[in-house]
Write a protein that binds this ligand. Structure first.
Ligand SMILES: Nc1ncnc2c1ncn2[C@@H]1O[C@H](COP(=O)(O)OP(=O)(O)OP(=O)(O)O)[C@@H](O)[C@H]1O
Ligand SMILES: [Mg+2]
Length: 325
């Protein structure tokens, strides 16, 4: 029987490890990272500072070499088939780097030339409009504000219409309105079939945009799931209240505190009873108590806290809290 050809993954990471060595010390920045991103996915790569996100993206973009493992883009290996892989990728780097002597349009034409594309002004105009940079086309790169430079990095990454778009903190320092413009534009490209890999510390962005998410902690994948599944995780309910008083130590260790607002995870009904009893015992009088659905930030903080061994699965909840919400 003829076998059906299987379409290659948009991005494939297989057992990717990276060890940095400096001054005799070794740092394992990535530890056997393995996952695939399917064509057309909007995929989030999340993790705290230093988790290894940029290292993984640098290896994908051919800017750094893995110590071991394999990475490919739509079937092209990033080491043995570098030119093909690079052409299929548009990478928005985390660091702002520019040639200060070009204007915006010149830089985009130059970048097109790098990929052997001539007469690209139609698409360049579309990119500038989509990213709110049309009136800056003739401006020198030095004259752009920080947020405009970051949008320019996005335009540069997309100039050769890559099927796979990689964004490393694209909205750091970009104002709210332009963040929305940027997301509309990227979401539009995704609807037309582009694959998107995004890292961000704005978890509400990841929650809104990404269909699937990988979480990295100290170089290891500790979660790899659909966003909706992550949000339904065991302790995906929280107790929220306001207080000016200090929390008892046991609760403080698991609380997420924003000013006067305290949030505590509620894995099950027993935890709710226990928490309320602990608050009462500590003489604390919480105001505006409510039980609500945890957001991605709660799940993220939970996972990061509870993942000493990245390979251990979390236990199922004793009793779901659905009735209480
Ligand atoms: N060139 C390098 N030499 C040595 N160590 C490095 C190098 N680049 C990164 N590291 C280390 O590797 C680890 C992962 O760094 P990386 O930049 O990948 O993290 P990140 O997840 O992108 O963090 P952030 O959210 O802060 O951008 C960190 O401990 C960092 O100090
Ligand atoms: Mg980074």
């Amino acid at each position: 029987m003829p076998s059906t050809p299987v379409a290659p993954a948009a991005v494939s990471f297989q057992q990717v490890s990276k060890v940095y060595r400096s001054a005799g010390a070794e740092l394992r920045a990535l530890d056997r990272v393995t996952f695939d991103i399917a064509p057309g996915e909007f995929f989030g790569l999340l993790g705290p500072n230093g988790a290894g996100k940029t290292t993984l993206i640098s290896i994908l973009a051919g800017l750094a070499q893995a110590s071991s493992g394999r990475v490919s883009v739509l079937g092209s290996d990033v080491v043995t088939d570098y030119a093909q892989a690079r052409r299929k990728l548009g990478v928005v780097p985390q660091e702002l780097v520019f040639d200060p002597f070009f204007t915006v349009r010149e830089a985009l034409r130059f970048q097109s030339g790098y990929f052997g594309i001539r007469g690209n002004d139609g698409w360049i105009d579309e990119l500038l409009a989509g990213l709110g940079l049309s009136d800056k086309a003739g401006a020198n790169m030095r004259q752009l504000s920080g947020g405009m430079k970051r949008r320019m990095l996005v335009a540069q990454a997309l100039v050769h219409r890559p099927p796979v778009i990689v964004l490393d903190e694209p909205t750091a320092g970009v104002d709210v309105e332009l963040r929305q413009t940027l997301w509309q534009f990227i979401a539009g490209l995704n609807r037309q079939g582009s694959t998107v890999l995004l890292t961000t510390h704005y978890l509400e962005e990841a929650e809104a945009l990404c269909g699937r998410i990988a979480m990295l902690k100290q170089g290891r994948v500790i979660a790899l799931e659909r966003t909706s599944t992550l949000l339904k995780r065991a302790s995906a309910k929280v107790l929220r209240f306001k207080t000016d008083q200090a929390l008892p130590a046991a609760l403080a260790a698991q609380a997420r505190v924003t000013g006067r607002i305290v949030q505590l995870p509620l894995p099950d009904v027993a935890a709710l009873e226990r928490t309320l009893a602990d608050l009462r015992a500590a003489g604390l009088q919480p105001e505006d108590i409510e039980i609500s659905q945890a957001d991605l930030e709660d799940v993220f903080l939970d996972l990061m806290r509870d993942a000493p061994d990245p390979n251990t699965a979390r236990p199922a909840p004793a009793q779901p809290l659905e009735e209480l919400a």
